[in-house]
Design a protein around this ligand. Structure first.
Ligand code: BES
Ligand code: ZN
Length: 454
């Protein structure tokens, strides 16, 4: 009965909730760009104010970086406790000219909210807030204790939440951590995610001459850093897409037959991949299906290369330096620190003569595997089924949510990854969007979870 009232409230207030979400989406909380610091603070204040308005005790703290928003309801010892994690920071917006509307002037079109942060992660976090609101504003007692920790440094590799979690494990104590920062399996199939990839994010700096040189005057006499970095990058993977860093695959846990069969039963085809991405064909390590590579094999990818002149027309130089950003997505049981060391040693060993090479480890996160047999996962499956009106499946994700490993380690509570986004939401890319339907069903799902997690 209570659940009916809660779901009716959500339906009746949907338009207002959407308007409020758009207000949050107007705040350009790009955590990696200094010029947006004040916007990041505004976005933190927005969510802090909302949580306060729900009657929660809110604490906004700074640990050197962007604000961390913590909130809790009155904690009753006889109730179970759910800790909701999410992030209010967003990725940069370039290339700006590819957006059909400015990224921080949200629009709703074709059933989608389009704005930076719509799916990753403001829209998903907002589902949790509105589900709690549906209880609180109707004077209904919350069926569980709730805690929220919403950070502003997820997208930029910030440390604040790690320090906070280690120092405040008691405060964050809970029966489950609930995170909506992943995806449904597809438009019609909700999912619980049970594995996230880890990451080792590296930068390669190649340095040659003290300044750019005239490529005629000095050509043929010195090593070219742009050519050199291409040589290095070309040796990171073989032609089949296998990473050539020595020891890279040593600790990878292979999929067992049951998991491979479960993946296969999802019927993911390369045709779907082509449609979703626009590529002419799939590519990757031999011996694995596309879904296996996407979800359970480690990767090594250049995220950007910078060197020399990229502007209009010709400029004849030998560039002084070159930089490549390379991320390796890791799977259980790879150790990011060990992989980062192996990567640095390999790159230094293959660095061409005539330039110097420095490898920097920018940030790491551990891969995550969560058990599928906890009571919370059962509660999550039920909530998704009611919320979305369809049977959920189990999936893995190729993306990372860096804090999850730390939560597992310090809070020792099961983690529930209830994604409300879609892999076609264009997160980290122009025209990020979030389906209105997924927002609505996400609010419903969290509301049902609150009711049956106790
Ligand atoms: N929400 C994503 C993680 C994600 C990506 C889930 C794709 C499902 C599918 C998260 O905000 C994110 O982008 N994480 C970064 C972490 C990185 C900066 C350490 C990522 O995966 O690139
Ligand atoms: Zn995210």
């Amino acid at each position: 009965m209570t659940t009916d009232r809660v779901l009716a409230y959500l339906a009746a207030n949907q338009d207002r909730h959407l308007k409020q979400l758009l207000e949050w989406l107007r705040m350009p909380s790009i955590s990696s760009q200094r010029k947006h610091r004040a916007d990041v603070v505004r976005a933190a204040r927005f969510v802090a104010d909302e949580l306060r308005d729900l009657g929660l005790t809110v604490d906004v703290c700074r640990r050197g970086g962007h604000p961390l928003v913590y909130a809790e309801s009155e904690q009753r010892p006889d109730l179970k406790t759910l800790l909701f994690y999410g992030h209010y920071d967003v990725q940069p917006v370039d290339p700006l000219d590819q957006w059909t509307n400015p990224p921080f002037e949200p629009v709703i079109e074709d059933g989608k909210i389009r704005a930076r942060g719509a799916s990753d992660d403001k829209g998903q976090v907002y589902c949790h807030l509105k589900a709690v609101e549906a209880y609180v504003k109707q004077g209904l007692a919350l069926p569980v204790n709730v805690k929220f920790i919403i950070e502003g440094e997820e997208e930029c590799g910030g440390r604040s939440i790690y320090d906070y979690t280690e120092a405040n494990a008691d405060r964050l104590a809970c029966d489950a951590v609930v995170i909506s920062d992943t995806t449904l399996y597809n438009e019609t199939t909700p999912a619980i995610c049970y594995s996230l990839k880890g990451i080792a994010f590296m930068e390669i700096h190649v340095r040659g001459p003290a300044a750019d040189l005239h490529s005629g005057s000095y050509g043929g006499t010195v090593q070219n850093p742009a050519n050199a970095i291409c040589e290095i990058v070309a040796q990171l993977k073989d032609r089949d897409g296998r990473c050539r860093v020595p020891g890279f695959y040593d600790d990878v846990v292979e999929l067992d037959a049951a998991e491979r069969a479960a993946f296969a039963s999802l019927n993911y085809t390369d045709e779907v991949l082509r449609r979703e991405t626009g590529v002419p064909g799939a590519f990757g390590e031999a011996g694995y299906t596309t879904l296996e590579r996407m979800w359970a094999r480690p990767t090594c990818d250049v995220n950007g290369i910078t060197s020399g002149y990229g502007g209009e027309g010709a400029k004849t130089i030998i560039p002084a330096s070159a930089v490549a950003k390379v991320s390796m997505r890791l799977v259980p049981n790879q150790d990011p620190a060990k992989i980062a060391r192996a990567f640095a040693a390999y790159v230094e060993a293959i660095c061409p003569t005539g330039v110097s090479c420095e490898v920097v480890n920018l940030h790491n996160a551990a891969p995550v595997l969560v058990p599928r047999d906890s009571a919370m996962v059962q509660a999550g499956l039920h909530a998704l089924e009611v919320g979305f009106g369809a049977r959920p499946v189990f999936i893995r994700e190729g993306g990372s949510i860096p804090i999850v490993g730390t939560f597992q380690q310090y809070l020792k509570a099961p983690v529930l990854l209830l994604g409300y986004g879609l892999s076609t939401d264009n997160i980290h890319s122009p025209n990020e969007s979030f389906h209105v339907r997924n927002f609505v069903c996400g609010c419903r799902t969290t509301a049902v979870l609150l009711a049956n997690a106790g």
